[in-house]
Design a protein around this ligand. Structure first.
Ligand code: BES
Ligand code: MN
Ligand code: ZN
Length: 484
């Protein structure tokens, strides 16, 4: 799908050549500047009760009289914010995506910012993504090939910027969705490593892949402990985007790459266990962010680290009570083999020290407790650093990919005490998302750090089961804001 902008006055919409003209409206009445022919059509629909000026209100007209465009879609937006605009645009696109429209023009009666433009791109990309890798019979019903955002001359610069950023984020989201959706027997650690290599090749990035032997040599006893239950070989992926001078401290992203989480010997119940193929959502979003950043080429250095393996039960698997030694030298008593995410992340977080990072962010589908705490709307944000938290809130706002700050007080650390090792890998059931973050905190003392628990946001269950590609938008905005 291609995205463009075009300077077009609100009173010239009748002359817009497109297969579909999407008009987003706000408020209780039409903008007085609106093209008289379009205004007449909408007013008629209002009079006949077919359209209401209320968020969610929608009107579809085929071959609207007096318009050059073959279709007119009107969508009412709650207000002029990018968030409301995205919702209205998504509704309008959903209405026409299965129809014959190839070229769509979108108009709104308010000033457009970069965020509006980006929101349109990500809405369109989201609406038209289709998973086909293991279901080639799935027929794409979206024929939309070109989307033009109509804007004023004054808004052009911001709109162009927003479209470019939106395209990059959409590409990253698409990659993350695709990797997440592929089943565990397709999306293996080996395959994730190959994907990283592929991004490296197409975008000129350095990608290093460590196999079991190399990981052993480094001393990542905790990561390897999780990997030892599976026949699928683990990988430790390190990918670098160098957009600034060599000496500039990099931003480091670490993504949990469990390609299937059965729970191990602490086996999960059977219901919905298939969804544990999405347990590499952190890895997918880190690779998606890397792709978006590599497309936008900001002046910063970025290192992406992905420890990836399966968590399975077997004769060689870790058992409750086993004690392992992490790369940091700290020992861990594994009381629950299903708390495996933190076991692979802690070694990656220690490995991150060697890059002398400006800051480190890890991203993980870490705890069911986070889903209980926050549901499926906000990702959980954990950081002791108020400045980092503020930067994440800003990125959440501009990307429309929300997160919510959770506590990380010393008092929660108590729960990780063990009689047989420096720490246990689980605490109490209460506050499980926080104790998981506290575990990671023990490995992150040497740099500024934030942790995102995306267990509730990386995928959807039920009829719309599938990866969301979150939080690629949030991460991309956060990383871009670090550019000097
Ligand atoms: N991958 C899961 C977390 C998860 C569970 C995400 C359900 C989304 C939905 C993680 O590895 C896990 O199993 N965590 C355990 C931790 C517990 C044993 C302390 C959990 O949340 O139950
Ligand atoms: Mn688990
Ligand atoms: Zn897991």
């Amino acid at each position: 799908m291609d995205f463009h902008n075009q300077v077009t006055a609100l009173d010239a919409l009748a002359g817009v050549a497109a297969d579909a003209l999407v008009l987003v409206v706000v408020g209780e009445a039409l903008d007085p500047a609106l093209d008289k022919t379009v205004a007449g059509l909408v007013s008629e629909a209002v009079a006949s009760g077919d359209f209401k000026f209320k968020a969610g209100g929608a009107l579809y007209l085929h071959r609207p009289a007096g318009l050059k465009a073959a279709r007119l879609v009107v969508a009412a937006s709650a207000n002029a914010t990018p968030k409301a605009f995205k919702k209205a645009a998504a509704a309008a696109l959903a209405q026409i995506k299965g129809l014959g429209a190839r070229q769509v023009a979108v108009s709104a009666p308010f000033a457009l910012t970069a965020e509006h433009a980006e929101a349109l791109v990500t809405a369109a990309a989201d609406a038209t993504y289709l998973y086909r890798h293991t279901k080639p019979s799935a027929k794409a019903d979206a024929v939309i090939a070109k989307v033009t955002l109509l804007c004023t001359k004054a808004d052009t610069k911001a709109v162009k910027q927003g479209l470019a950023r939106g395209q990059a984020v959409a590409d990253g989201v698409k990659l993350a969705r695709e990797l997440g959706n592929r089943p565990g027997n397709h999306c293996t650690p080996t395959m994730l490593a190959e994907q990283a290599k592929k991004i490296g090749k197409s975008h000129g990035l350095k990608v290093e892949l460590l196999d079991r032997k190399a990981i052993e040599k480094l001393g990542m006893g905790s990561f390897l402990a999780v990997a030892q239950g599976s026949n699928e070989p683990p990988r430790f992926i390190v990918a670098r985007y160098d957009g600034a001078a060599k000496g500039v401290a990099p931003v480091v992203l670490v993504g949990k790459g469990i390609t299937f989480d059965s729970g191990g010997i602490s086996l999960k119940p059977g219901a919905e266990m298939d969804e544990m193929k999405f347990d590499m959502g952190g890895a997918a979003s880190v690779l998606g962010t890397l792709l978006a950043v590599a497309e936008l080429r900001p002046k910063l250095n970025l290192v992406c680290i992905v420890p990836t393996c399966e968590n399975l039960p077997s004769g060689g698997a870790i058992k409750p009570g086993d004690v392992v030694t992490s790369l940091s030298g700290q020992t861990i008593e594994i009381l629950n083999t299903d708390a495996e995410g933190r076991l692979i992340l802690c070694d990656a977080l220690t490995y991150a020290e060697r890059f002398k990072p400006a800051l480190v962010v890890d991203v993980a589908t870490l705890t069911g407790a986070c889903v209980i705490a926050l549901g499926n709307h906000h990702s959980g944000l954990f950081t002791a650093d108020d400045a980092l938290a503020a930067q994440f809130q800003a990125a959440a706002q501009s990307s429309l990919d929300p997160c919510w700050r959770m506590p990380l007080d010393e008092e929660y650390d108590e729960a990780l005490k063990s009689n047989f090792a420096d720490m246990a890998n689980v605490g109490s059931r209460a506050g499980g998302a926080v104790t998981a973050a506290m575990f990671l905190r023990r490995y992150t003392g040497k740099y500024r750090w934030a942790h995102l628990d995306i267990a509730g946001t990386a995928w959807k269950s039920g009829a719309a089961k599938g990866a969301t590609g979150r939080p690629v938008g949030l991460l991309t905005h956060f990383v871009l804001a670090q550019a000097g």
